[in-house]
Write a protein that binds this ligand. Structure first.
Ligand SMILES: CC(=O)N[C@H]1[C@@H](OP(=O)(O)OP(=O)(O)OC[C@H]2O[C@@H](n3ccc(=O)[nH]c3=O)[C@H](O)[C@@H]2O)O[C@H](CO)[C@@H](O)[C@@H]1O[C@H](C)C(=O)N[C@@H](C)C(=O)N[C@H](CCC(=O)O)C(=O)O
Ligand SMILES: Nc1ncnc2c1ncn2[C@@H]1O[C@H](COP(=O)(O)OP(=O)(O)OP(=O)(O)O)[C@@H](O)[C@H]1O
Ligand SMILES: N[C@H](CCC[C@H](N)C(=O)O)C(=O)O
Ligand SMILES: [Mg+2]
Length: 482
């Protein structure tokens, strides 16, 4: 492709280089090869503009950067918002993409929702994929990318690769960082979903309103103008999310107890799942359904309904889609039953790593607990510190016993993180080191008790300093119980 055709109509200018052939895109100068378009962005750690000269030396044909950046020896494609322009150009380069793509944002539930949407599409006979915290998942493969929302080049390259593999339907997670940094843009997005908003990542966003605004870029700019917004209706922020979607002119499908598209009329926990009574709006057929969802917990019902909403919004037939909810498979690391201890206590692994996530996970298990609910968790280092005591408080208020331990301390002192969590959970037991903590939790659980290991879910490592030590809650729980 030629540079000129990649910028045409985007309000940018290729200078005299319109005919130059483009061979690839990169946002890291170390990945530049001859013919690459380099995106030079101001980051939090370093300024990408400092690497422009190196990128040109490595063969960059053009540099997308702010007008004030200094570019010599390659075309300077200037824009005050270079990340956005870069995404639009890269999307032209990497097109085509799967025919149907949808995105999910929200503090909790993104991974679960994209994964459930992928499963429903598959059961409908589509070749489907999801991209997010679990990596790139298809029915035959799962490849990790390291971040929830990969960088824009990886993202578009993955989407394009999925299309080449014959994938027609893809759902991806749009994290607030990803939206703020334009990491998932440029391609057509038929529908966007909002799951909920609660405290997380305030180290990055500053306050809840800015955090919400970052997420709302999904409806303001990323979803196609004639697309749908699927909104979980029972969150404190749902009303505002609906307003934002309407303001853009998106078609809103709300789901939940207060949902107007799919109304959750009743929800009854059963031993292995829950029964959902769902009433579809007139425009979705107006029928009532009774579905046995094989997943426990109100939060999983919320994510399943949101996923169903996305599939329906993009053409799925309501009755068929809702009936398929009875056949979904558990999502890795989300209320996953790892083992039953010798004493007879089930041990669950869950990815709850925010105050609201912990509440959701504990509340999911409470109806299944005859004895005590023992909650073990920690808080991640180099992440929002304000959530630590709040997580402590939620766990202490809702559990019968709490063990505070470590969860990816990263560059921080583990004992200082634990102390911050303990400040919200007086009476909790503190055990440094996740393995001894898990062993202690399992040792003290009686026949009627339940153990919840929260925070790491599917993760395969404990990040200490800049080392990743192999660690898997499910495996460790089995070893400690064996
Ligand atoms: C805070 C944050 O989101 N940082 C991400 C972001 O960094 P940044 O734009 O601030 O970049 P920077 O490191 O300052 O560098 C600036 C620019 O210079 C470039 N560079 C840098 C060095 C060099 O030698 N050459 C070079 O060209 C970089 O590629 C970048 O474009 O862009 C980088 C490149 O894509 C990411 O690696 C980095 O993720 C860091 C590692 C990270 O930890 N991110 C986490 C917080 C994150 O994004 N998490 C969310 C999950 C949220 C959730 O769902 O809960 C996620 O979506 O995964
Ligand atoms: N709808 C929900 N409401 C409240 N809590 C939820 C909801 N969905 C998931 N959770 C909690 O959040 C945890 C993470 O879920 P999931 O991985 O689906 O979210 P995510 O938004 O992808 O998270 P991340 O920000 O890490 O990518 C779950 O293990 C559960 O404890
Ligand atoms: N996407 C989240 C995951 C947190 C998982 C938890 N185990 C931690 O390390 O804090 C984040 O990057 O903040
Ligand atoms: Mg996720």
């Amino acid at each position: 492709m030629r540079l000129g055709s990649l910028v045409e109509g985007l309000g940018a200018d290729a200078g005299g280089n319109a005919d130059a052939p483009v061979t690839g895109f990169a946002i890291d100068n170390r990945k530049v090869a001859p013919g690459t378009v380099f995106g030079a962005f101001q980051g939090l750690r370093v300024n990408g503009e400092d690497f422009i000269a190196d990128a040109v030396k490595a063969g960059a044909v053009a540099v997308v950067a702010r007008p004030e950046a200094k570019v010599e020896g390659a075309a300077h494609i200037a824009d005050p918002n270079p990340r956005r322009l870069f995404a639009q150009m890269a999307a032209r380069f990497f097109a085509p993409f799967p025919d149907v793509t949808v995105a999910v944002t929200g503090t909790n539930g993104k991974t679960s929702t994209v994964e459930l949407a992928r499963q429903i599409w598959r059961m409908l006979g589509h070749k489907s994929a999801s991209i997010g915290t679990l990596g790139v998942t298809t029915s035959v493969d799962q490849v990790s990318t390291g971040l929830t929302t990969p960088d824009i080049v990886t993202f578009l390259a993955n989407m394009s690769g999925l299309k080449r593999e014959g994938i027609t339907h893809a759902a991806f997670e749009a994290s607030s960082h990803g939206l703020d940094q334009y990491r998932t843009e440029g391609l057509p997005v038929m529908a966007g979903a909002f799951t909920n908003l609660s405290r997380d990542h305030l180290d990055y966003h500053g306050d809840m309103d800015s955090y919400f605004d970052a997420k709302m870029r999904l409806f303001d700019e990323v979803v196609n103008a004639d697309g749908h917004a699927v909104i979980w209706a029972d969150d404190e922020w749902s009303g505002k999310a609906i307003q934002r979607a309407r303001k853009r002119g998106l078609r809103v499908l709300s789901v939940g107890v207060q949902g107007q598209g799919l109304r959750l009329a009743n929800r009854t926990p059963t031993q292995l799942g829950q029964t959902l009574e769902i009433e579809a709006a007139q425009e979705l057929g107006g029928q009532a359904y009774k579905i046995n969802l094989p997943l426990i917990g109100a939060y999983q019902a919320a994510n399943a309904l949101t996923a169903a909403g996305l599939v329906i919004a993009t053409g799925g037939e309501t009755a068929k889609v809702l009936e398929l909810l009875a056949r979904v498979q558990p999502v890795r690391g989300r209320l996953e039953r790892a083992v039953i201890t010798r004493a007879g206590a089930p041990v669950y692994v869950d990815y709850a790593h925010t105050p609201d996530g912990l509440r959701a996970a504990i509340e999911a298990l409470r109806p299944h607990t005859r004895g005590r609910l023992i909650t073990l968790f920690g808080a991640g280092g180099d992440r929002d510190a304000g959530k630590r005591p709040q997580m402590g408080k939620v766990a202490a208020d809702l559990s019968d016993h709490v063990i505070v331990t470590d969860d990816n301390p990263r560059s921080e002192e583990p004992s200082a993180i634990r102390a911050a969590v303990m400040a919200g959970a007086p009476g909790a037991e503190e055990i440094g080191g996740r393995r001894p903590a898990i062993a202690a939790a399992i040792a003290q659980a009686g026949a009627d008790d339940i153990v919840l290991l929260a925070g790491k879910g599917h993760e395969q490592g404990q990040i200490i300093g800049d080392r990743v030590l192999p660690f898997d809650d499910v495996t460790v729980a089995r070893e400690c119980a064996g």
